[in-house]
Design a protein around this ligand. Structure first.
Ligand code: CO
Length: 468
């Protein structure tokens, strides 16, 4: 058995899961040099919700963050999470935008692109996989792991192993089992990894969450079954809805045939950087103790960590925190109606928001545009066909689509370039604009004001001048 490799998630998924992706670049930079020395296989550092959060909440350029991380992390691979045809956004983009985004991600420092589709519709991965191969990046194709009632036969280990084989044939350099909600139980992980390893020759990585309290055990059984790489988070940002703690797994495997070769003392230096940050997030309320508890309900509701923390804050803002249990009970019902999509961005947001609407306004009295989209087939093929009667109830007489959703999308880049012209100062700005239009514009405006020193107390914003 080869040594088990570690992907450290603290710069992406750990804070996405625990503190709604609010870790700033400034909070990361001082420890990067040490992290580069540890000997991790990779650092998951970008993608997912980090891009959105940089622009929307942190007033940061996500591209600049990536370049800064890359400038310091010279030896360790950097990896990102990429939502197939959705890129890092919430709708399907035309192929030219997907290709350009991949090109710029690799050019700015990404080594490994973990590409997944929320519905496991491989047609939605084609463009991103081809583009990553073209740019010389490592394609890690991910299986969005989920469970559904056995009677539905939508999600079996055999089915997932066959999907892994198809992904290998499409050009993947490695496979990721992406268990976003911590639903993979230890013995099932053993069976799933064994089956996938039999089918594919490329390395297999396991990504899970501690949400349901199973995380570390699941990793261990997967390791015994021969998984090559596992995702963990440094202890101050581990557990709860985040990943299992890195140090505990390293200690568990020490001296065994699976020894990671990582040094606990070096890891401790990393932990010492993040511990005061954890305290800071706790004090500010950003880290809500609710996301740290063992949530066995997750095994029933299949709610991933990021989604749970979003639901908690969505309901808190609406003054309806007491409705959380009702919303959690509504989620599986909405999911069944929508053809059992795995709950991962964007389907998690779509199902989650619809569940909130159903509870607050009456079941399907109001449907979001995105929920109608999923029913219409705009996101791809659902694991289980949606009941035609339900489809009719939601979208009326419109005909659902059956082709690859992006096939009908015209190239978008030229038009986007025109639109972003007033603000663009770098090539990548068109991509920020493509994904988050008005949110990106607000960021561009703030960036411009800062550039001209118009963000201080002595500035007249209306006239764009200094008053004194
Ligand atoms: Co995750």
């Amino acid at each position: 058995m080869a040594k088990v490799k570690i992907c450290e998630t603290v710069l992406r998924d750990a804070h996405q899961s625990l503190i709604a992706t609010r870790m700033t670049t400034e909070d990361m930079l001082p420890i990067l040099e040490q992290m580069d020395k540890v000997g991790y296989y990779s650092l998951e550092a970008w993608g997912g919700a980090t891009f959105d959060s940089c622009l929307r909440f942190l007033n940061e350029d996500p591209w600049d963050r990536l370049r800064k991380i890359r400038a310091t992390v010279k030896n360790t691979k950097l990896q990102m999470l990429f939502r197939g045809q959705n890129i890092l956004g919430y709708r399907h983009y035309a192929d030219d935008v997907v290709e350009y985004f991949v090109q710029k991600s690799v050019a700015n420092g990404i080594d490994i692109i973990r590409i997944f589709d929320a519905l496991n519709d491989k047609r939605n991965l084609e463009t991103a996989i081809k583009a990553t191969i073209k740019e010389g990046g490592h394609v890690q194709a991910a299986i969005s792991y989920t469970i559904s009632p056995a009677s539905v036969k939508a999600h079996t280990n055999e089915g997932f192993a066959n999907y892994a084989k198809q992904l290998e044939e499409m050009g993947a350099n490695s496979i990721c089992i992406k268990d976003m909600a911590g639903l993979l139980t230890p013995y099932n992980a053993y069976e799933l990894v064994t089956m996938i390893k039999k089918k594919v020759k490329i390395p297999v990585e396991l990504h899970t969450h501690s949400t349901t309290g199973l995380g570390s055990m699941t990793l261990l059984k997967a390791i015994e079954a021969g998984v090559d790489i596992v995702d963990t988070a440094i202890s101050p940002m581990a557990l709860g809805t985040s990943q299992p703690p890195t140090e505990a797994l390293v200690a568990t495997l020490q001296g065994s045939q699976f020894d990671t070769g990582l040094d606990l003392k070096e890891l401790d230096k990393v932990a010492k950087h993040f511990m005061p940050l954890r305290e800071k997030y706790m004090e500010s309320g950003l880290l809500d103790p609710k996301v740290l508890k063992v949530d066995v309900n997750g095994l029933m509701y299949q709610v991933p960590g990021g989604m749970l923390s979003n639901l908690v804050s969505q309901l808190k803002q609406a003054g309806k925190s007491d409705k959380l249990d009702e919303v959690l009970a509504e989620v599986p019902r909405v999911r069944a109606d929508a053809g059992y999509p795995p709950l991962v961005t964007p389907s998690s947001q779509i199902v989650g928001t619809q569940a909130v609407f159903n509870v607050l306004m009456g079941r399907y009295e109001n449907c979001t545009k995105e929920f109608k989209g999923i029913v219409r087939g705009e996101y791809g093929k659902t694991p289980v066909p949606i009941d035609p009667e339900f489809t009719k109830k939601i979208i009326g007489d419109e005909k659902p689509i059956t082709y690859r959703p992006a096939d009908k999308l015209k190239p978008e880049l030229d038009e986007l370039r025109e639109k972003v012209k007033p603000w663009a100062i770098q090539e990548e700005d068109v991509l920020s604009y493509a994904l988050f239009d008005q949110v990106a514009v607000k960021f561009f405006e703030q960036r411009k004001n800062k550039m001209y020193n118009l963000d201080g107390a002595n500035a007249d914003f209306e006239k764009k001048i200094h008053t004194v």
